[in-house]
Design a binder for this molecule. Structure first.
Ligand SMILES: Nc1ncnc2c1ncn2[C@@H]1O[C@H](COP(=O)(O)OP(=O)(O)O)[C@@H](O)[C@H]1O
Ligand SMILES: [Mg+2]
Length: 296
């Protein structure tokens, strides 16, 4: 008896989920620091930051998400306090508060932490301009992360740090590029997916030459893939043609459950852990971890 497409998909998902659950992930030799950026809004930066982080935490790794967007969407999805008055990224960047003092544990995984962002962060650009020299103001995040890592015992240090960037190439994003070793670019499989990518890559090149020689675009993740449209497949092919080594095999499908999770203060990894979105993020996280653990 031949299976219907839906039954076939369910069997596939069951098999993929079992494989992903059974897979082991390598622990990186030292903390891998990713900035998740794309100056376009709504391409899946925050969704990818929190779900990849949760997927790695579900494998037992220690993960920190730094919310660098005044919207605070990553903080929401990780179920941490970030209402006005809560101290977070702003105080770290502007007031020299040690990061370790302001990090909160996520509501869902024991080894998943978040430095929250409040709306105050919207004023950080201006304050940094007013209070710090040209050189200093770009290095604030890097300095804070380095101090934290240097003062933590090795067995407590995060294996992964994800910096969730706002949709711009302003001073906050520059701080993220200076602090990171790797850039993860989420690309939405839609019209104009590649528009603006050149500008992003040029900015990264400039940072690499002038401020952070170790920065590299290591990972590109295709998000919100809709298998029913021909366009999504064409966009995916185009991106793979240009970035053969960087694009992950795992592709994140467009799935309503993924977009619902944050309103419950959860990631898809707990909100609906057997769903297609959870499987895809878990596969992407495993691939990232095992591809880059040695050279991070
Ligand atoms: N795979 C997905 N399937 C369905 N909706 C998604 C998916 N990824 C993201 N979304 C939704 O798309 C919107 C933009 O995603 P988000 O991660 O916030 O983008 P960004 O951080 O780049 O602005 C959000 O409402 C989010 O819930
Ligand atoms: Mg976002």
């Amino acid at each position: 008896m031949s299976e219907t497409p839906l039954a076939q998909e369910l069997t596939d998902n069951t098999r993929r989920l079992a494989a992903a659950r059974a897979a082991t992930v390598l622990k990186p030799a030292k903390t891998r620091i990713f900035t998740v950026s794309n100056q376009k809004g709504g391409v899946g930066k925050t969704t990818s930051s929190v779900n990849l982080a949760a997927a790695l935490a579900s494998k037992g790794l220690k993960v920190l998400v730094i919310d660098l967007d005044p919207q605070g969407n990553a903080s929401t999805a990780l179920g941490v306090q970030h209402q006005k008055g809560v101290k977070g990224t702003f105080e770290v960047l502007v007031d020299d508060v040690p990061m370790i003092n302001l990090i909160q544990r996520s509501s869902t995984f024991e080894s998943l932490y978040c430095l929250p962002a409040t709306i105050d962060l919207a004023g950080a650009d201006i304050t940094l301009f007013e209070e710090f020299s040209n050189e200093e103001r770009r290095n604030r995040l890097e300095a804070s992360i380095s101090t934290m890592l240097a003062t933590m015992p090795a067995d407590k240090r995060p294996d992964y740090i994800f910096i969730d960037c706002p949709p711009s190439l302003g001073l906050l994003t520059v701080n993220a590029f200076v602090a990171a070793n790797e850039v993860l670019i989420p690309i939405q499989c839609e019209y104009y997916a590649l528009e603006g990518l050149q500008q992003l890559l040029e900015t990264i090149d400039r940072i690499k030459s002038n401020l952070n020689p170790k920065l590299r675009v290591s990972t590109i993740l295709l998000t919100m893939f809709d298998a029913r449209t021909k366009l999504a497949g064409q966009v995916a092919d185009e991106v793979r043609k240009h970035f053969a080594n960087e694009v992950l095999d795992a592709v994140i499908p467009r799935a309503v459950r993924v977009s619902e999770a944050p309103s419950f203060g959860e990631t898809i990894m707990t909100y609906d852990k057997s769903s297609s979105g959870a499987i895809a993020y878990l596969e992407a996280a495993i691939e990232m971890a095992n591809k880059g653990a040695h050279n991070g």
